[in-house]
Design a protein around this ligand. Structure first.
Ligand SMILES: *Cc1c(COP(=O)(O)O)cnc(C)c1O
Length: 363
């Protein structure tokens, strides 16, 4: 027996998340590695954030009640089925802590969001990976991994980093086949961007099913990633548990105020969606003319395949861009070789990115 503290099994095998570190070199930075909305935050949210400065000596509203009411109104939801988190990451963590522990299994998908296995490990549970079908989650593969030990199934829809999604009918098929004591987490961080008739964020299932929770975030379309604000909507049996265990003041006052203002600024949300709708196909065309192979996406980011014949690896491309202040995401963490991911930026950022990639591939 070692006399040093020993964490839950599996934790020491995790690769620490590579967060963005500001380079020492001065100059403009183009950050396209974390899928933050291209247009920044709503000016109304920034105003509300500044106004909150006058009251930072006060504890925030507990239970984020004003924000809860605003979310219920904006999305037509039942307030008692909402939980607000310090980013949806906090809710992912709490779900694992509350519903899975040593001896339990947590199912996630092959190229699913990296937080799921991380949080499962942190709870002492065993993450179980279900193979994707190409780059899309497979309901059959998930169901094949079900066991008596399964406590949670995580599905990001759309998925990060692949940009793919499952149709509403597939999500329903998954839910119907799950025992009702298994929590189905539908992480819809990019729901606002999706414009497909057969897509649903899962809000209807979350409202009515006894074992489903949908997660949403203010970090992407709403541009508030730095404030850490996310929410969940779902079965009382799940939401009540999270509302018992999260900190009384888990969401800070400025984040709550900015969140309310961001929800009200519908014109900003529309501008952001329009920007994405225009730029996804445009940038895909530009990448193809460079010989790169952008993958289809329904969100505000995309995977790009770097064919070997171009003579550059994704590592070389990312390093070339980083030297010029442009930050993209490597995909080796996800076990993808020959790919990188980037998020749609402003028009100017997108053009600089394309020019830089062209320069890199010429050299
Ligand atoms: C970005 C992202 C989140 C994150 O959110 P926070 O609310 O910033 O914690 C959750 N899930 C997926 C799939 C994401 O890509």
């Amino acid at each position: 027996m070692s006399d040093a503290p020993v964490p839950q099994p599996g934790i020491m095998e995790l690769t620490p998340y590579k967060a963005f570190a500001k380079p020492k070199r001065p100059g403009r930075l183009i950050r396209l590695m974390a899928n933050e909305g291209a247009l920044g935050a709503s000016p109304k949210a920034i105003e509300a954030y500044k106004a909150a400065a006058g009251e930072i000596n006060r504890y925030p509203e507990s239970g984020s009640s004003t924000l809860t009411a605003a979310l219920a109104k904006h999305h037509g939801l039942k307030p008692e089925q909402l939980v607000i988190g310090n980013g949806s990451d906090e809710l992912i963590e709490l779900l694992c802590h509350c519903f899975a522990g040593p001896g339990d299994e947590v199912i996630y998908t092959q190229y699913g969001f990296v937080m799921y296995p991380t949080c499962a490990h942190a709870s002492g549970a065993t993450p179980v990976k279900a193979q994707d079908d190409g780059f899309t989650a497979s309901v059959d593969a998930i169901l094949a991994k079900l066991s008596a030990k399964t406590k949670i199934v995580f599905l990001a829809n759309p998925n990060n980093p692949t940009g793919t999604y499952l149709a509403r009918s597939e999500v329903e098929r998954l839910w119907k086949a799950l025992p009702k004591h298994v929590v189905l987490v539908l992480d819809a961080a990019y729901a606002e961007y999706v414009e497909r008739n057969d897509y649903s964020s899962g809000v209807e299932l979350a409202e009515t099913a006894p074992n489903v929770i949908m997660l949403r975030t203010f970090s992407k379309l709403y541009g508030l990633a730095g404030l850490r604000l996310g929410w969940g909507y779902g079965a009382p049996a799940v939401v009540d548990v999270l509302n018992r265990v999260h900190g009384v003041f888990n969401v800070n006052a400025a984040a709550q105020a900015a969140g309310v203002a961001a929800l009200e600024d519908v014109p900003f949300q529309d501008r952001s969606k329009t920007h994405n709708r225009i730029w996804v196909p445009r940038i895909q065309e530009m990448l193809k003319t460079l010989g790169l192979e952008p993958q289809p996406t329904v969100a505000n980011f995309m995977l790009v395949k770097v064919p070997e014949k171009l003579g550059k690896t994704p590592d070389q491309i990312l390093a070339f861009c980083a030297e010029r202040g442009i930050f993209l995401r490597e995909m080796k963490t996800y076990g993808m070789v020959g790919y990188f991911r980037f998020s749609i930026g402003t028009e100017e950022e997108n053009r600089i990115l394309i020019d830089t990639l062209a320069e890199c591939l010429r050299g």
